[in-house]
Design a protein around this ligand. Structure first.
Ligand code: NAI
Length: 329
């Protein structure tokens, strides 16, 4: 099976090459460019394309893939909101994904963001490098004994619940479908979670009913000096409302691995660009906000698991027995 790999980063190539060497029937060609209406023609002659979370796999792209006889889109990620599934259905292109690769990788990053904003690690790092050993402005609070509110207790949320429990927090959660394995947590309504939590971490998917689940009304229900962390999807939070909340001094800290405007930025070096939209820049101007660029998944273990499952997806498709739970359509 010949796979064309779009938007390759060195760490992708390294982990896929390592796994692919055990599968002689798979050959992968790596492109730096992402898939688009202009670059999709390069996929002619391949059996499958492999794309990532920020690739815009729209109806035109899918139609062009189908015209080239490419029958399989391999998503090397869990989310598939970047793929036009109606078009995939219409043109008979199969979409496969990696539903869970390392929930702990993402939950550890969520916890890292919570610790970092709480103890001002981002400021302390800069200050000490400038020989400023003053502790002014660096006071945090103990997480131990406080309450963590976890929204969405699937694979990643459950790992986050365990971590927060492990550092001595009381863990409360909101999910439409409670997870019975988490017997140490208390499920509450969303409003109660907002009112009681010292740390709120988002782990539900982006859907119609979770779009802007954190808006001004939600922020107003939160405790003062709450810490808010989002490693799930940017549009769970209304950025404009978040900025209002930050200006109201609602938050001790905000840690974001995902944010609404990330599509253009994600995984790109734009240090010489003048960013045309100001929402992200405004967010970055606040001293109690840390933004990372969708790196929750980025551990060696997660990359290895992504490569392994993606290649197994390709092989199972080729055999005519696609792995059921990894099929999107
Ligand atoms: P999952 O499917 O295992 O869990 C999602 C949970 O959210 C489920 O328990 C579900 O019942 C719950 N849920 C659904 N609708 C809800 C609602 N309206 N309110 C509250 N809870 C609701 O998914 P998993 O693997 O835990 O991933 C969670 C999210 O993490 C993904 O949707 C994805 O957006 C994000 N993610 C981020 C990564 C990163 O690098 N920052 C990497 C991987 C995933």
């Amino acid at each position: 099976m010949k796979i064309l790999f779009y938007d390759t980063k060195p760490y992708d190539k390294e982990s896929f090459e390592r796994v692919a060497q055990n599968y002689p029937d798979i050959s992968i060609e790596y492109l730096n460019t992402d898939i688009s209406a202009r670059t999709v023609a390069l996929a002619c002659g391949y059996d499958a394309v492999c794309v990532f979370v920020a690739s815009d796999v729209n109806a035109d792209v899918i139609k062009a893939l189908s015209n080239c006889n490419v029958r399989l889109i391999l998503l090397r990620c869990a989310g598939f909101n970047n793929v036009d599934m109606n078009a995939a259905q219409k043109y008979g292109v199969t979409v496969m994904r990696v539903p869970g690769y390392s929930p702990e990788a993402v939950a550890e990053h969520a916890l890292a963001l919570a610790f970092a904003v709480n103890r001002h690690i981002h400021k302390a790092y800069i200050k000490v490098r400038e020989n400023n050993f003053s502790l002014m402005g660096l006071t945090g609070f103990n997480f131990n004994g406080k309450t963590a509110g976890i929204i969405g207790t699937g694979k990643i949320g459950a790992a986050m619940c365990r971590f927060c429990h492990g550092i001595g927090m009381k863990v409360i959660a909101y999910d439409k479908y409670p997870n019975p394995s988490l017997d140490f947590i208390e499920y509450v309504s969303l409003d109660e979670l907002f009112a009681r939590s010292d740390l709120i971490s988002l782990h539900c998917p982006l859907m119609e009913d979770t779009y802007h689940i954190i808006d001004l009304a939600a922020i107003e229900k939160m405790k003062d000096n709450v810490i808010l962390v989002n490693t799930s999807r940017g549009a769970l939070i209304s950025t404009e409302d978040l900025i209002k909340g930050i200006r109201m001094h609602k938050f001790a800290g905000v840690g974001l691995d995902v944010y609404e405007e990330e599509q253009e930025n994600v995984f790109e070096n734009r240090e010489d660009d003048i960013l045309e939209t100001s929402v992200t820049s405004r967010l970055l101007s606040f001293p109690n906000v840390i933004v990372t660029s969708h790196q929750g998944f980025l551990t060696h273990e997660a990359l290895e698991a992504i490569s392994q499952t993606t290649i197994e997806n390709a092989i199972s498709f080729e055999k005519g027995e696609p792995i059921e739970q990894n099929l999107v359509n």
